[in-house]
Structures are given as C-alpha cells and as structure tokens.
Write a new protein. Structure first.
Length: 247
C-alpha cells in the first residue's frame, strides 16, 4: 500500500488555500520541497468542472461552499469512514490507502482519490454529516495515540524476543517522541493552523505506513501484542482525521 503522504499534504494544502492561510505559490513550493508532484484534478463530477490544477480547483471548491477537508486513512483493519461513492471508485480507494473528504458546513460533499502521479478524481458522495469515530477533538486523539504508543513500547520491551522481529524493529521510541526531528515536520507545520500539531501528525502518518502491511493485527501472537496493535492503527488514523479536519 503506498504512503498516505501525498494525500495528507493535498488535504492540508487545500484547507490552507480555502481558508486563505497560505499563498498559492507557497502551497506549490511545499510539494516541490517534499519531492511530491503538485496535485491536479483529472475528473471532477462533484463540482462539474474541467480538469485543472490544484490552485484553480481550490478556488472553485471555495466558491462552491466547500470549507473543510479531512484526510481519511483506509485499511482493512480500520473502521471504514469514507462516505458512499460510485462503486467504480471502491477499488481505487482501497488501493490508495487514504482519501480526502471535502465538507461544506460539516457535511461531506466530495471524495478525492489521488493516483501515483498526483492526479485526483473529485467524486460525488453521500451528503453524510461528520461524526467522529473515536475522539471528539484533535487534542483528545493525540492524547490517546501517545498513551497507546507508550503502552506499545512497554509491551515490546517486556516481550523481548517473544514479539515478532518486524514489530520489535518499529520506530517505537521515535513515535513516543512525536517524530520530533526535522524534515517532513517543517512542511506539515507550514500548512497547519497550529504548527505544534505537525509532530503528532508526522508520527501518526509514520505509524500508518509502518502498520499497513499488517492486515489483521489482532491475530498476531502473543495476543497482548495483537490487541495493542489493533488499537494503535485506529488511534493513528484518528489523529490524522481530526488534525486535518481542524477545529
């Protein structure tokens, strides 16, 4: 499953553009700094427009009343929280590993699915009002993720070689430190209303990418480790959704 980074950056960039928090040229340069292609709309049945670049699509979205975006992670072990779309998009959504849900006044208006080259389809979706799956706020989601990571580090250290090597080798201590080093954090900080949220968001994205190969974490042995991982991935997804959606 590909990294969710391009979808995450696109979600944050669209939110920053629609809210006038970032200059258009700055949004484009952030993708270049991250070595990711600048997204562009390939198909747009949701807004009825022609194929166009990210900046024009963001302006059209704002004019159509779209005022928020959230990055929704997709994985077999996660609750499915993508509004209903045309069945033809089911496979692209599953393959992408993450989508963007565009909202107007808290109700879903479109689902954006990126391909490997940065092109996206903005598809009509069911007008579902937003309802949090787990945490009511980003702060609550971050606290839960930090607590779960701490429990995970303790569990892995206690189990020692009883834990699978692939799980022992995960970046538990980096996640505990919120991935506080330089790099991606800087790009995320520039796109967020609260730059302090970049660190837990970076950690959550890394956790998702690291755990994506594990399709059924609850089945891993020993059971206490499987149960821990089954909590960790949803906690990371909750951080991504709540932070990108904003207050």
């Amino acid at each position: 499953m590909p990294s969710a980074l391009p979808t995450l950056l696109t979600s944050l960039a669209l939110a920053a553009l629609v809210e006038h928090r970032i200059a258009p040229d700055h949004a484009v340069s952030l993708f270049a700094d991250s070595e990711e292609p600048v997204p562009f709309a390939l198909a747009d049945p949701a807004l009825g427009g022609q194929p166009r670049g990210l900046l024009l699509w963001a302006a059209d979205a704002r004019a159509a009343g779209i005022d928020g975006f959230r990055c929704q992670l997709v994985h077999p072990s996660l609750p499915y929280a993508v509004p209903r779309v045309d069945r033809a998009l089911a496979r692209p959504i599953a393959r992408a590993g993450a989508v963007i849900v565009a909202e107007a006044a808290g109700t879903a208006r479109a689902v954006l699915v990126l391909d490997d080259e940065g092109g996206f389809t903005a598809a009509d979706c069911a007008p579902v009002p937003y309802a949090p799956l787990f945490s009511a706020s980003a702060a609550e989601a971050v606290r839960e993720l930090r607590q779960t990571v701490m429990e995970g580090l303790g569990t892995v250290e206690r189990l020692g070689r009883r834990a699978p090597e692939a799980v022992r080798g995960l970046a538990w201590r980096d996640w505990q430190a919120d991935m506080g080093g330089p790099g991606l954090r800087d790009e995320l900080s520039a796109l967020l209303p609260d730059p302090a949220q970049a660190m837990p968001l970076h950690a959550a994205l890394d956790i998702h990418d690291a755990l994506s190969p594990i399709l059924a974490p609850a089945t891993l042995e020993p059971p206490e480790l499987g149960h821990l991982l089954a909590r960790l991935h949803p906690a990371a997804a909750d951080v991504v959704a709540t932070i990108t959606r904003g207050p």
